[in-house]
Design a protein around this ligand. Sequence first.
Ligand SMILES: C[S@@+](CC[C@H](N)C(=O)[O-])C[C@H]1O[C@@H](n2cnc3c(N)ncnc32)[C@H](O)[C@@H]1O
Length: 226
Amino acid sequence: MSRRRADNAENTAENRPVLRRDEDGLCLVWDGMVLRGDLSRKADRLQSGRLQQELLYRAAKFRHAEGPLMAIDATAGLGEDSLILAAAGYNVTLLEHNPVIADLLEDALQRAAADPALSEIAGRMHLVRADSIAFMSEYEGPSPDLIYLDPMFPEKQKNSLTGKKLQMFQMLEIPCGNEEQLLQAALDLQPKRIVIKRPLKGPHLAGRKPSYAITGKTVRYDCIVL
Ligand SMILES: C[S@@+](CC[C@H](N)C(=O)[O-])C[C@H]1O[C@@H](n2cnc3c(N)ncnc32)[C@H](O)[C@@H]1O
């Protein structure tokens, strides 16, 4: 995601979010900030050697994988974490319920598909504009190998997002108030593994103790093996 101060006085004065298209694609301009999905910025992290060091890659990796793996990212946001999953070989269904974030994500995915460095990986990423609890409850396909959850934390707690990106998401998105239902909908699909991104010291999602966790300096990936 790229961010810069917007020198758009009209929007700053009105202090309301506006979706704009410029030479770099679609962006949301709000209160002097610009939010844009930008997967190309992550391309160098996907190179062999670096990808394997990504904590999410390690949390999502299966030692003996057979055939193409399938993942559901139930809280897709701007798709940066899904990009890691797709680079790890997953076919990823990205679920996003916020229409503005979904617009930004769709635009980011289209630009990634046109980027020679990302097109193959982007071809494994499929956006579905849906509430993931409803989607997973009605899902009738084969059990996914992996379900990934990264819901927003209540405002007073530390989030896995930081800085302006966090501010923009907090303005757009109500913190997750239904984490029990979200986790239960994921459990009901019986994936091989559920990976949950948390702030390093954050509580477990819905109080469910994971099978193990992979920890970094600021975030933690709780892994539930089923
Ligand atoms: C913290 S952000 C995820 C960031 C994402 N992991 C990334 O790499 O950009 C959480 C996102 O999940 C979405 N979300 C939360 N609950 C959802 C639900 N029940 N169904 C679909 N999307 C949901 C929010 O709209 C928000 O965009």
